[in-house]
Design a protein around this ligand. Structure first.
Ligand code: TRP
Length: 331
């Protein structure tokens, strides 16, 4: 039996090295597993919950994100990409689910709570935003996904999904919906070049998978290191040093990185030497990705998206038929 794996991204911009370390790399591995069927969803409806005024921008970013997927090696013949808004069955299922979740339960979701605070929505939070975890539950269950690789912040969504699944199956006396299991990535979030927060496009502290060579170089030079490492001969600190965080994540020679760390701690290894090493590692990593990306034609991306939507709708139609049947909505 193959098991369905689902991941998703909000199309709020091109993808960066943080996405690569945090999820894309794991997706490449899952793609190789014969016992998994992988779906990757571009969550445009979810992105709209806090970007509804920029709907066109969100739509443009759907293409950008799919280009990033293909450029890093996700293969549309093995991994199915689809766009959330193009699967009407998800919206229908969301509608049935909304009756099964209380307002107070939605307000308790720790991830949504933090987002509402960060965005300063307060009591004016929209119903769409507050209830996006319900729509996410529909994303997951429409495909009967059993495994959902996520970061820590997404655990409340899986919990909410499984609560809905249990309630639905009980109320409508069926077992048409399946509970999902989170799969936590082993890799911690990648830090931004400023060393202050995780890499994020909106904070401008991320290296994009499509950055030009000059841009990569500029960002590496700007990386936060050890502010007390003033002279090359001074002993330096490795913890909190962004250059080492990136070397750990992207240098293939772990022994060399260990010896660089020891040298840096002892003193005698300058930041600029270290940054040159990192720069060439990142140029080598991003170069081929950027090349594939620029060679991709818009028409090809459209075809990939449409093929993925067709495949996904076949599965979604089956689930929604079972759901309607269980609820007696058969006319
Ligand atoms: N909430 C996820 C994020 O912000 C994106 C997402 C939407 C998702 N639907 C999903 C992830 C379903 C996994 C499964 O990253």
């Amino acid at each position: 039996m193959t098991r369905v794996v689902l991941t998703g991204d909000r199309p709020t911009g091109r993808l960066h090295l943080g996405h690569y370390v945090g999820s894309l790399k794991q997706r490449l591995k899952i793609q190789e597993e014969k016992s998994f069927k992988q779906y990757v969803m571009v969550a445009d409806q979810q992105a709209l919950t806090d970007n509804y005024e920029d709907a066109r921008k969100v739509a443009e970013n759907v293409f950008e994100v799919v280009m990033d997927y293909i450029a890093i090696g996700l293969d549309p013949s093995r991994t199915t990409f689809f766009v959330q808004s193009q699967i009407p069955e998800i919206s229908e299922l969301t509608c049935y689910f909304l009756n099964l979740v209380s307002l107070s339960r939605l307000k308790r979701n720790p991830t949504v709570k933090t987002e509402i605070d960060q965005k300063g929505y307060g009591d004016s939070v929209s119903v769409g935003f507050l209830s996006y975890p319900v729509s996410q539950a529909a994303d997951i269950t429409i495909l009967k996904a059993e495994i959902v690789p996520v970061g820590e912040d997404q655990l409340p969504m899986i919990e909410q999904t499984n609560e809905i699944v249990r309630r639905f199956n009980r109320i409508y006396s069926c077992d048409c919906l399946k509970e999902a299991q989170p799969l936590l990535g082993a890799v911690p979030r990648l830090i931004g070049i400023d060393g202050k927060a995780k890499a994020s496009k909106s904070l401008g502290n991320a290296i994009m998978l499509s950055d030009e060579p000059q841009e990569i170089k500029r960002k590496v030079s700007a990386m936060y290191t050890d502010p007390n490492h003033l002279r090359v001969s001074d002993p330096g600190q490795v913890e909190g040093n962004v250059v080492f965080a990136y070397l750990d994540a992207f240098h293939s020679d772990k022994e060399l990185v260990a010896s660089l760390k020891a040298h840096y701690k002892r003193g005698g290894l300058g930041d600029s030497t270290l940054k040159e090493i990192l720069n060439s590692v990142l140029q080598e990593f991003i170069g081929p990705i950027r090349e594939v990306r620029t060679s991709l034609q818009h028409q090809l991306i459209r075809e990939v998206i449409h093929a993925g939507i067709d495949q996904t709708r076949k599965v979604a139609a089956q689930t929604i038929a079972e759901v309607r049947d269980a609820m007696g909505l058969v006319y």
